[in-house]
Design a protein around this ligand. Structure first.
Ligand code: COA
Ligand code: AMP
Length: 634
C-alpha cells in the first residue's frame, strides 16, 4: 500500500484518531477531549469541547515562536503600482488595533461583521481582527452589485461593516462607498458603524452618522488580545450561489478549520513554514479565505496578496514576475487565469524574461481543468501541475494530489484521489454505486471531515434539504462525475443550476429571476455555454409577452444592463437572444441541458419527453445568431 493509501485508509477507518493527531499540530487554549459529536446527524461537531482562536494560530503563535520578523504578507499591486511587506509582528499590531477598534464600536463575540474590501492588506487584517475577538466575518466580493450586498446584510445582520473606498479594475475605479450606501438603503437591517478605509484612488464621502474613518479610529484604538473560543464557534459566513436566487451562507467553524487547513499546507501543497505561498484569487472567494489568508498564516508561511490580473497588468508575464521576484514556491489559481495567459502569449515569450526555477508546483481549482490548459502549463512551467477539486462548502479540497506526502501519477482531466476524511462515491439515481467509469452523482459519506461546513447560516433546513436529503447518510456535492478503475475521480458537470464563470460560482436561477423581472419578458431561461476563456458564460433566452413590438436589440441590451446592476459585473452576462418559445418536457420542465449541449456544439439526444421537437431547431438558429457554438479558434 502506498504512503497516501495507508494514510487515507486510516482517515476513513480510524477517523477520530486521525484527526486527533492532526489537532496536536495547532495551538489550543483547551485541548479537546471529545473528537467528534455525532449525536445529531447531519449536524456533526468536531472537537466540541476544545477552545482555540484562529487569529492566535495565524499570527500571535508565530510572533511568540521566532517568526516575528518574517514577512507574513507581501502586498503586490501592479494595478496601483504599489508593493509592501508586513512582518508577523507588524501584522499582530495592526490586527490587535483593528480588533480594538471593533470592540470600541460595540462589536462583541458572536456579532457579524461584513468585510467589503479589495485585495489590500486591510482585507486580511479585517478578517483576522474579527477572528481575534470572536466576531463572525462575512466577506463580500467587490464584483457584486449593491443588491447582492443588501441580501447579505439582511441575512447576516452585521453590527459593523469594514469597507474600502474603492476597488480597482483595469481601466476603471469601482467606488465601493456609493454601492455600500445603496445596499444599506435597500436592506432592512442597518449596521451601527461603517469603518471606511480611504484609498488614494477615490476618497469616499463620509456623509452618514454611521461612517467612521478607519485610519483615525485604528490609530486611537487600544490593542485587543485573542479570545479563547469554542471550537465550534463560527469563524465566518461566506455566501455562495445555490439553485435559487437566495445565496447560501456557508458557515465555517473555528477549531476544525484550523486543524484541517494547517494539515493541507504540508500534506497537499508540500510547503514548509517560511516558504512563500501564493493563491492568485480574491479574498471574496473561498480560495481566498482558505489559501490567501488562513492556511498559509496558520503554517507560518509568507502569503502573497496580489491586486492585479493574469494579463493586462501590465502583460501576460505578470504571474512570472511575481513568482520570480518573491521567490514563490507554490502558485494556486484557476485554469481560466492560465487560459488568459495562454491566449495572449501562446509560445510563452514572457516566461523567458523571468527565472521561475524557485517554483515547485502549480495547483489549479475552481472549475474543471481542460486537458489542453493542463498540458500547456506543464510544458511551459516544467513543474507538476496539480488539478484539485473543491467547493465553498468544504473549505479545502475534496480530491487532490499530495505533494508533501506522495506525489501520485497525474491523469489529465482528473483531480486525482480523495483527500483524508472524504469517503467519496459516484451513485446512480437509486443510490447504488456506479461501476468504474460510469457517471453518477458524486457524494461523500457522512460525516465530512473537520473544516467543512457544519450548517448554513439561518437555514438549517436548507442545509439538510440541499445536501443530505437525496442520498441519506451522504453529502451531495452537486457535481456529477465518475471514478475510474484506479480510483481516480473525474468531475464533469454540476447537477444543479450552478455555473462556473472564470472560476466564479454563479447561479443561473438567480439570473433568471432578474430576467423575469423585465416588464416585456414572459418566460426565460439562463444556461451555461462553453467559453474558450472563461470555461462557461451565461446565455439568456427570452420569450416576450405577446403583443410586445419593441426592438429585440433594445430589450436584450436592457436585460444585460439589468443583470449587471442587480447581480454585478462578475456575472459576465453579455449574451441574450429572443426566441418564440422554450423547449419543455410534457410536464413543463425547461430543457436547459439540451439547450446547453446545442450551445456547446456537443452531441445531444432528442429528449423522449419533449413536447415539440421542432423548437430545438429554432433554439439552434437563435444561438447561432449570437455566436454559439463558439469556434475553437476564439
Ligand atoms: N470588483 C469589481 N468588479 C470586478 C471584480 C471586482 N473585484 N472582479 C471582476 N470584476 C468585473 C470585471 O472588471 C469584469 O467587468 P467588465 O464586464 O466591465 O469587463 C467582470 O467583473 C467580469 O470579470 P471576470 O469574469 O473576471 O472577467 P475579466 O474579463 O475581467 O477577466 C480573467 C478574465 C480570466 C483575467 C479573470 O477572470 C481572472 O483573472 N481570473 C482568475 C481566476 C480567479 O481569480 N478565480 C477565483 C477563484 S480561484
Ligand atoms: P466554489 O464553491 O466557488 O469553489 O465552486 C465549487 C464548484 O466549482 C464545484 O462544485 C465544481 O463544480 C467546480 N470545481 C471546483 N474545482 C474543480 C475542479 N478541480 N474540477 C472540476 N470542477 C471544479
Amino acid at each position: 500500500m502506498s504512503v497516501y493509501q495507508s494514510l487515507y485508509q486510516r482517515s476513513i477507518s480510524e477517523k477520530e484518531a486521525f484527526w486527533l493527531e492532526a489537532a496536536k499540530d495547532i495551538h489550543w487554549d483547551q485541548f479537546p477531549t471529545v473528537v467528534l459529536d455525532d449525536s445529531n446527524p447531519p449536524f456533526y461537531r468536531w472537537f466540541p469541547d476544545g477552545r482555540t482562536n484562529a487569529c492566535y494560530n495565524a499570527v500571535d503563535v508565530h510572533v511568540e515562536n521566532g517568526r516575528a520578523d518574517q514577512t507574513a504578507i507581501i502586498y503586490d499591486s501592479p494595478i496601483t503600482d504599489q508593493a509592501s511587506k508586513l512582518s508577523y509582528r507588524e501584522l499582530q499590531i495592526r490586527v490587535s488595533k483593528v480588533a480594538g477598534m471593533l470592540l470600541q464600536g460595540g462589536v462583541v463575540a458572536g456579532d457579524r461583521v461584513i468585510v467589503y474590501l479589495p485585495m489590500i492588506p486591510e482585507a486580511v487584517i479585517a478578517m483576522l481582527a474579527c477572528a481575534r475577538i470572536g466576531a463572525i466575518h462575512s466577506v463580500v466580493f467587490g464584483g457584486f452589485a449593491a443588491n447582492e450586498l443588501a441580501v447579505r446584510i439582511d441575512d447576516c445582520k452585521p453590527k459593523a461593516i469594514l469597507a474600502g473606498s474603492c476597488g480597482i479594475e483595469p481601466g476603471r475605479i469601482v467606488e465601493y462607498k456609493p454601492l455600500l450606501d445603496q445596499a444599506i438603503e435597500l436592506a432592512t437591517h442597518k449596521p451601527d458603524h461603517c469603518f471606511i478605509w480611504q484609498r488614494d484612488q477615490a476618497q469616499a464621502a463620509m456623509d452618514h452618522e454611521r461612517d467612521v474613518d478607519w485610519k483615525e479610529a485604528e490609530r486611537a484604538a487600544p490593542e485587543a488580545s485573542c479570545v479563547a473560543l469554542e471550537a465550534n464557534h463560527p469563524l465566518y459566513i461566506l455566501y455562495t450561489s445555490g439553485t435559487t436566487g437566495a445565496p447560501k451562507g456557508v458557515v465555517r467553524d473555528t477549531g476544525g478549520s484550523i486543524v484541517s487547513l494547517k494539515w493541507t499546507m504540508k500534506g497537499i501543497y508540500g510547503v514548509e513554514p517560511g516558504d512563500v505561498y501564493w493563491a492568485a484569487s480574491d479574498v471574496g472567494w473561498v480560495v481566498g479565505h482558505s489559501y490567501i489568508v488562513y492556511a498559509p498564516l496558520f503554517h507560518g508561511n509568507t502569503t502573497v496578496l496580489y491586486e492585479g490580473k493574469p494579463v493586462g497588468t501590465p502583460d501576460p508575464g505578470a504571474f512570472w514576475r511575481v513568482i520570480s521576484e518573491h521567490n514563490v514556491k507554490v502558485l494556486f489559481t484557476a485554469p481560466t487565469a492560465f487560459r488568459a495567459i495562454k491566449k495572449e502569449d501562446p509560445t510563452g515569450e514572457y516566461l523567458k524574461k523571468y527565472d521561475i526555477s524557485n517554483l515547485n508546483y502549480l495547483f489549479l481549482a475552481g472549475e474543471r481543468c481542460d486537458p489542453p490548459t493542463l498540458a500547456w502549463a506543464q510544458e511551459k512551467l516544467k513543474v507538476p501541475v496539480i488539478d484539485h477539486w473543491w467547493q465553498t462548502e468544504t473549505g479545502s479540497s475534496i480530491c487532490a494530489n499530495y505533494a508533501g506526502i506522495e506525489l501520485l501519477p497525474i491523469k489529465s482531466g482528473s483531480p486525482t484521489l480523495p483527500a483524508p476524511g472524504y469517503n467519496l462515491k459516484a451513485l446512480d439515481p437509486d443510490g447504488v454505486e456506479c461501476k468504474a467509469g460510469d457517471i453518477g452523482a458524486l457524494v461523500v459519506e457522512s460525516p465530512l471531515p473537520p473544516g467543512t461546513f457544519p450548517t448554513l447560516w439561518n437555514a438549517p433546513e436548507r442545509f439538510v434539504d440541499s445536501y443530505f436529503k437525496n442520498y441519506p447518510g451522504h453529502y451531495e456535492t452537486g457535481d456529477a462525475g465518475y471514478i475510474d478503475e484506479d480510483g481516480y475521480i473525474f468531475v464533469m458537470a454540476r447537477t444543479d443550476d450552478v455555473i462556473n464563470v472564470a472560476g466564479h460560482r454563479l447561479s443561473t436561477g438567480a439570473m433568471e429571476e432578474v430576467l423575469a423581472g423585465h416588464p416585456d419578458v414572459a418566460e426565460c431561461a439562463v444556461m451555461g455555454a462553453a467559453d474558450t476563456l472563461k470555461g462557461q458564460v451565461p446565455v439568456g433566452l427570452l420569450v416576450l409577452n405577446s403583443g410586445c413590438d419593441r426592438s429585440s436589440t433594445d430589450i436584450c441590451a436592457e436585460i444585460i444592463k439589468k443583470v449587471r446592476s442587480e447581480i454585478g459585473p462578475v456575472a459576465a452576462f453579455k449574451s441574450a437572444v429572443i426566441v418564440k418559445r422554450l423547449p419543455k418536457t410534457r410536464s413543463g420542465k425547461i430543457l436547459r441541458g439540451t439547450m446547453s449541449s446545442i450551445a456547446d456544439g456537443r452531441e445531444w439526444k432528442m429528449p423522449a419527453t419533449i413536447d415539440d421537437p421542432a423548437i430545438l431547431d429554432e433554439i439552434s438558429d437563435a444561438l447561432a445568431q449570437i455566436g454559439y457554438p463558439q469556434s475553437s479558434e476564439q
